[in-house]
Ligand binder design. Structure first.
Ligand code: GDP
Length: 625
């Protein structure tokens, strides 16, 4: 099964040529990716093998291997002896094979398959271009201007439909544009692991210069490793100052060729249609240099650009074919949907029978609506495609059930470990703006196992119900620093299964989250809130201090318990209960609905309306038991 390929040492390889009918990975019942393949002199295997299996894969005589192992390693082996990695490697080297252990990929996880194409099958494909930049800098105008320019023959007079992407023919060559302006769509796709663009055009208005979203767009393009072309737009405006824009971009390390850098800059007016042809030709030039290629002969693979439910046609999706050719009638798994492609149309509503690499098409025939960023793959066998889609649906369902319970600190580690999360969303509340900043910067410095802390809201003040709702929607953990949730917020958090962690020492907070990320959450002293009492009146008694005539609004207040004094949701003081009385008697506890007189040890600065929260510390294991 010797095959030459362009990147023979990559993992999870699949060489799934149309003609060969998925030779490597669906011809066994286990639905596994190829395990033992020799490509370019490299032997790819997936785990322990017997002598006879290894001999067969390498095309050797088993007796030669047995002899070799006996002579060189003094090992007695037979046909059924299992060889470990070290011995497999040694045998390979002795017979001049490079070797590489591969991860086995389930056929249903087709996103993880690394596609290997034979160089001779690779042909040029159109570049895929996205347009990004700050709001009002002219992205939409540029998208429209390009769309309307260079209407190819045969397309004139055809009504275009917005399908999320379109192709332009320039000098007989095609360019594919994604027509959702802004980087939100781009980022959303990237967040879902889809990387579809080759070239990012960063539009900067000549009269406005580099703005926050310009910087973001640059960061996104860089992070995605795509080629950047800068378009300085609105040069028709009298207030245009191209040199200033260049200088500002240089500050972002985006330096034009003219200034000694390596980024192509184009000066255009999207509105007045100046420089557009030049821009399109430049895109083609970049594309020629970068040699974007694909193999039109394989079964199609690609990404969903957008999807919707059509009242007449059912679920439909704009998909971008990234490799291979998609045909009407193909059996495709799109995200978790199965699709027997019924119809395929382009942006001119023209029916197509097949769509090659870099072609965006709208497909119908799906059994459910996928989501943008979903990957798709065509299969040679309808039955297998249906099975894969079913399995993926099931998996997604169990996943979503898992996700519906919000993230808790205790299960953070297992989720990180299983690769389910790569960032931890945090909502931070602190008593003062200064502490917000301090905690925020300490949190942002944490980076463990490649997992990032993502602070989605950080504000001073009490924890609110809206914090809980945001946390629930974004699977965030709420951290309170010197603040307390009131009873209503606590109830909401319980209902939404949102975890609220409360701290008053920064390093303890940081230590706790680091420990959780490393899976080393120590037994923690979990607070158990006993109840709350509202201060209704104050009586000053010399020698005793201030007695707070209070009403227990929730739970109970116990003698000698710990307390915190809360004013407007912010913790004013933390300490111990000094005394607890009903009428003139010391009591051990006071239940909800009763009045009491209480003092806080060593603290007298109480005010009417304050909340006294009673709590105890109990040691619990890290798993929350
Ligand atoms: P977007 O938010 O980046 O998509 O920006 P738009 O394409 O909506 O453009 C914002 C405004 O700038 C609109 O009023 C456009 O007409 C205007 N505009 C866009 N390009 C140019 C240009 O090249 N020259 C001038 N003068 N105005 C432009």
């Amino acid at each position: 099964m010797a095959k030459k390929n362009n990147n023979g040492n990559k993992k999870n390889q699949v060489n799934q040529q149309r003609v060969s009918n998925l030779p490597h990975y669906n011809n066994n019942k286990k639905n596994k990716a190829p395990s033992n393949v020799i490509t370019g002199g490299v032997f790819h295997y997936s785990g322990m093998m017997t002598v006879s299996e290894l001999a067969k894969e390498l095309g050797l005589n088993a007796s030669d291997i047995i002899k070799y192992l006996f002579m060189e390693r003094k090992l007695m082996t037979n046909l059924n002896t299992t060889l470990d990695d070290e011995l497999i490697g040694e045998v390979c080297l002795n017979w001049n094979f490079d070797f590489k252990k591969e991860k086995i990929v389930d056929v249903e996880n087709f996103e993880e398959l690394e596609i290997v194409d034979d160089i001779k099958d690779l042909v040029e494909r159109p570049p895929i271009v996205v347009i990004m930049g700050h709001v009002d800098h002219g992205k939409t105008t540029l998208i429209d201007t390009i769309r309307d320019s260079h209407i190819a023959e045969g397309e004139v007079g055809l009504i275009t439909q917005q399908i999320g992407a379109y192709q332009k023919e320039v000098n007989g060559k095609k360019i594919t544009f994604l027509d959702t302006p802004g980087h939100e769509a781009f980022t959303a796709m990237r967040a879902r692991g889809a990387s579809i663009t080759d070239i990012a055009i960063i539009v900067v208005a000549a009269d406005d210069g580099v703005m926050p979203q310009t910087k973001e767009a640059i960061d996104h393009a860089r992070a995605a490793g795509v080629k950047i072309i800068v378009c300085i737009n609105k040069i028709d405006k009298p207030t245009a100052d191209v040199e200033r824009v260049k200088a500002e971009l240089a500050q972002e390390n985006i330096i034009s060729e003219e200034w000694g850098g390596d980024i192509i800059f184009k000066e255009i007016s999207a509105k007045k249609k100046i420089g557009i042809d030049d821009l399109l030709e430049t895109i083609l030039l970049v594309s020629e240099i970068e040699e974007y290629k694909a193999n039109p002969k394989r079964y199609a693979l690609g990404t969903v650009i957008e999807a919707s439910l059509d009242r007449n046609e059912g679920p439909k999706a704009t998909v971008l074919v990234q490799n291979g050719t998609l045909n009407v009638g193909d059996s495709v798994v799109v995200g978790n949907a199965f699709c027997k492609v019924r119809k395929m149309v382009n942006e001119y509503k023209k029916s197509l029978k097949s769509a090659g690499p870099s072609t965006p098409v709208v497909i119908t025939g799906l059994d459910e609506v996928p989501i943008a960023g979903d990957r798709f793959m065509a299969y040679s066998d309808e039955k297998i495609a249906r099975e894969v889609a079913e399995k993926r649906k099931l998996k997604a369902r169990s996943q979503s059930m898992k996700n519906s319970s919000a993230l808790s600190l205790e299960d953070l580690y297992s989720q990180i470990h299983e690769g389910e999360i790569s960032k931890i969303n945090i909502i931070l509340r602190a008593d003062l703006q200064g502490s917000v900043e301090a905690v925020k910067s300490a949190l942002e410095k944490i980076s463990i196992e490649g997992v990032k802390i993502n602070i989605i809201r950080a504000t001073a003040g009490a924890i609110t119900e809206s914090d809980v709702l945001l946390a629930s929607a974004s699977q965030a953990i709420i951290y309170g620093f010197n603040v307390r949730p009131d009873a209503k917020v606590r109830a909401k958090a319980q209902e939404e299964k949102v975890e609220i962690r409360l701290h008053s020492i920064i390093y303890a907070l940081i230590e706790e989250i680091e420990a959780a990320m490393k899976g080393k959450l120590k037994p923690i002293e979990k607070e158990v809130v006993l109840g709350q009492a509202e201060v209704r009146n104050l009586i000053k008694i010399s020698k005793v201090g201030v007695i707070a005539g209070s009403y227990v609004t929730e739970g109970i207040i116990k003698r000698d318990c710990l307390v915190r004094l809360i004013r407007d949701g912010v913790v004013i003081y933390t300490g111990k209960l000094g005394s607890l009385r009903r009428f003139k008697d010391d009591v051990s506890k006071v239940n909800q609905g009763f009045e009491c007189g209480l003092t806080i040890a060593d603290y007298n600065d109480l005010k009417e309306g304050d909340i006294v929260e009673a709590y105890e510390l109990q040691e619990v294991k890290a798993d929350g038991q």
